[in-house]
Design a protein around this ligand. Sequence first.
Ligand SMILES: [Zn+2]
Length: 469
Amino acid sequence: MAEKIVLPASVEGQAIENAVQRCILAECGAAYGIRERIYVCSRCGGPLEIEIGSVPAAKRGAELRKLWAARAASHDPRDISGVWRYRELLPFEDGAAVVTLLEGHTPLYDAPRSAEYCGLAHLRLKHQGCNPTGSFKDTGMTAAITQAVLLGARTAVCASTGNTAASLAAYAARSGLQAAILLPYGQVSAAKLAQSLDYGAAVCEIEGNFDDCMCLIQELGDDPAIYVANSINPFRIEGQKTVAFELMEQCEWRVPDHVVVPGGNMGNSTALGKGFQELLALGLIDRLPKLQVVQAEGAAPLARLFAALTPGDLRGGAHLPSRMATVENPSTLATAIKIGAPVSWQKSLRAVVGSGGSILSVTEQEIADAKAIIGRDGIGCEPASATTVAGMKKLVAAGRVRREESVVGVLTGHVLKDPDYVSRYHHGTLAIGEKNGAASRPIASTFANVPERVAASKAAILENLARRR
Ligand SMILES: [Zn+2]
């Protein structure tokens, strides 16, 4: 893919000229116009991705870096947005009316306790949960809803475990579009659903699981008034890829050895991979970080597929599998990645293999403990995000990541996305399995922080605090 990227004609112009939507399947490779309302290849049904247009060779690396850095002082909403400030590499015209909630600009934290827990000298965590609706989805949704408005859609629809829904609802509200949200009934944290309701979305609770919702969405996509903003939507990937650009600015353009991300629908790893690839092709970085994708054990179809790849598959990457065995009834308390049939698995696999990274899975216990450790760094995240630290601990223990290597973990959602989980962990009542049934498996609260009853006196409080110091 890298060699197809050419630089924009003017640094102030966007990479829109010659931009196409391209089928990613090597045997097809069909190209479609950038404003064509399609979500998969019309010829073969394969996934699409955006190929950005041309930018002149004279404006490589340093020029773009300078331009992006200069925008830090600007008050133009597009410059304040951590997505649109990189608009040279986004498939929109210069004057396009963007739908923004000033997403991006998320912090990159040092996480010393998490580093120690993993067995690393240093670990940095990029907190995408600090976006307007509390998850990384916002960086992609700003691009997708901007495209929906350009196409004249009336309703934007998605199927979601929660974070995508909240994001879609907010951006649709911002743009005046109707948001329609299909959710698996009873499988979504109340906090997440509350957000979508507050933003005015039409929420449809479907009797089925997430994958059933995905099928229905594909049918709805035939209606010309409806715009599908699911993970399958290549414009969301375009917005999300800017996380790679922002991260590299924050790293002062020194490429980390590893970037670790949770794996659910695989849009996040796909987007990061694409972002880094484009930076490499444009001469802004000189190598790729290894992408490490971490799934929850009960929803890990791609980790299983990856484990079965041969060294030849990993070296060449040209003949990666065209099929993946899905997980019928995915199971994890990390609801944001409870997905048995991830839509972006092919793109993600290609990005991971191309970077020399890997895809692995971690247990519910490992996720819960890692989450508590991240909290001790003063950083709150939702359960799915903690797969990054859990996965890194596993990679270090296996000798696949060395102590001194530089690692960035991407946290995908805010701690308040699932406060019930947090409370249960610390109170020792977290469990996975049958609801209210004997079949449920308890999660040990290894790093529990339990509230204690203390007498109503200064002396008692001081004694208690001293004991817990
Ligand atoms: Zn195709």
